[in-house]
Design a protein around this ligand. Sequence first.
Ligand code: ZN
Ligand code: ZN
Length: 337
Amino acid sequence: MTIEYEILGEPGRDNALLVTIDSGQSQHRLLFDCGEGCLSRVPVSQVQAVEAVFFSHFHIDHVAGFDTFLRMNWARPDTPVRVFGPPGAIKIVHHRLRGYTWNLVAGVPGQWIVTEVGAGRLRSSRFLTAEAFEVEHPFQESAAPGAVVYRGGCFVVRAHTLDHGTPCLAYTVREADRQNVDADALGALGLPPGPWLKAVKDEGVAADKSLGIAGKDYLVGDLRSRLLISSPGDSIAYVTDFFLATEIEAAQLVGFLSGCQTLVCENNYRDADADLARKNYHMTSSDVARLAARVGPERLVLFHVSDRYDVQAWREQLAEVRQRFDRAVFPQAWGIE
Ligand SMILES: [Zn+2]
Ligand SMILES: [Zn+2]
């Protein structure tokens, strides 16, 4: 299993994040925000394979590319298109779906499930292509234990609400823990390695199933507890458009991001523009660096930089962050170091 990611869009323009989780058997594609032009270089087949779009909030620089996504997915067969966002998401996405003339759609497949995330609860509505997206079908309302908003087979997505003058969602994607065979324990048991190890690692195999190995019978559950050691899978966080006004808010976000390997974080303002940053509910370079230093990811990827600066200023901005957190980079494709 691996998580790969790509920051979409240019520096100083709208950005988004495309995450691909490869389970070994299948690939899952998740899109975080959808600014203008962000999908222009993503192959159509990949856009059509995005199983869920996670909006942080609905400021236009995070949504202006949504029509491109809609155009490639309005009649998706088989699997529904999932969309997540803060409170208000259902109404806003409904408006966007209804913003076109949809005649001749009778019998056309396509189902969109939009979920609002707020106050530890999820509220979902469904819209059908064959109905020209006209009717909102309230679909589900539930708690979100552990802040989990979406589960794929081998990963979970969690959301945490931040303050951007409007609720703004930070997200994490975490793979399930990896189960590896402890070679020393295997040796101590005196069992020969073989295809039976696959059954021990496969969570789909019941713990009370019996396996015949080297002429003796063993319970899968027993073998699991004696042989398997677990380690965390890959993880990535997407955090944008926010301001931490209090230590309580900062500590809650640090807790939410804890253990994430890759932290993708906005850096809209340099330290010299701290007043503007505060007024517009954004972080400065030093704010972002201090946050990263507390979370301790393997890498901090800075994005959503402002077009009020030029390339030289972006370089200085990166240096500002690195003074406090040296594992900071811009997306490789930007070529700014
Ligand atoms: Zn915003
Ligand atoms: Zn923004």
